[in-house]
Design a protein around this ligand. Structure first.
Ligand code: NI
Length: 199
C-alpha cells in the first residue's frame, strides 16, 4: 500500500471498495448485509464503553478472532474491533491488502505517533451511510500481543496506520464522529437519523 492517502480519493476505513449504490454480486451483497446486521450500530451504548484488557489467550479467544475475521471479510471491511460485536475485549482485526491474512492485535497500545498528519475520509461499519474527514498521524508504532500470545510491534503507515488507529479508538469508546469537524458531525448525525427512520 502506498504510504500516502490522496485526499482527493477518499479512504473508507471500514468499507473500502464499494460506493453506495454500486452493483455487488447478489451473493456477496447478501453476505455483506447479513454481516452488517450483526455489527452494533450507533446508539448502542457498547460502542461508547471502554473495553477491558484481554487476560487469557486461549482457544475461545482464537475462535472469537476467527469469527471477527470472517465477519469483517463478509462485510467488505478492512478493520473490526470486538466492541462492534458487543464484546468488550481490547481486541481488533484488520486487513488492508485484500489477499493478505487477517491480522489480530490483542491489547494494542499505540506507543508512538509521528508528527506528520493527514486528513482522509473514513467510514465505519457501525455508522452506516456516514463518511467524514478525520485527521490522523500518518506513521505509528503499536505494541500488542498476537493470537499465539506472542508480543508484537507493528510499525504502520498510511492506510494501515489509519485503520489501526480507527479500531483502537473503538476500544476506547471513541468514534469518527468525535474526530471530525463540527459541521461534518452535524451532517453525519442527520444522515444517521434519516437512515434510522428509514429502517
Ligand atoms: Ni469503525
Amino acid at each position: 500500500m502506498d504510504e500516502t492517502v490522496d485526499q482527493a480519493e477518499p479512504t473508507e476505513v471500514e468499507e473500502p471498495e464499494h460506493e453506495e449504490g454500486e452493483q455487488l454480486d447478489p451473493e456477496v451483497a447478501a453476505r455483506r448485509a447479513a454481516a452488517l446486521a450483526r455489527v452494533r450500530k450507533f446508539g448502542d451504548p457498547v460502542l461508547r464503553t471502554r473495553a477491558r484488557p484481554v487476560e487469557q489467550i486461549d482457544d475461545a479467544l482464537r475462535a472469537e478472532i476467527a469469527r471477527m475475521g470472517e465477519l469483517m471479510h463478509d462485510a467488505l471491511g478492512v478493520g473490526l474491533a470486538a466492541p462492534q460485536l458487543g464484546v468488550l475485549h481490547r481486541l481488533l482485526v484488520y486487513r488492508v491488502q485484500p489477499q493478505a491474512p487477517v491480522s489480530a492485535l490483542i491489547n494494542p497500545e499505540i506507543e508512538w505517533r509521528g508528527g506528520e498528519e493527514e486528513i482522509a475520509e473514513e467510514g465505519c461499519l457501525s455508522l452506516p451511510s456516514v463518511l467524514v474527514e478525520v485527521e490522523r498521524p500518518v506513521h505509528i508504532r503499536v505494541r500488542g500481543v498476537n493470537e499465539d500470545g506472542e508480543k508484537v510491534v507493528v510499525e504502520a503507515s498510511g492506510l494501515e496506520a489509519r485503520v489501526i488507529q480507527h479500531e483502537v479508538d473503538h476500544l476506547d469508546g471513541v468514534l469518527i464522529l468525535d474526530r471530525t469537524s463540527r459541521d461534518q458531525r452535524k451532517e453525519a448525525m442527520r444522515a444517521l437519523r434519516e437512515a434510522q427512520a428509514a429502517a
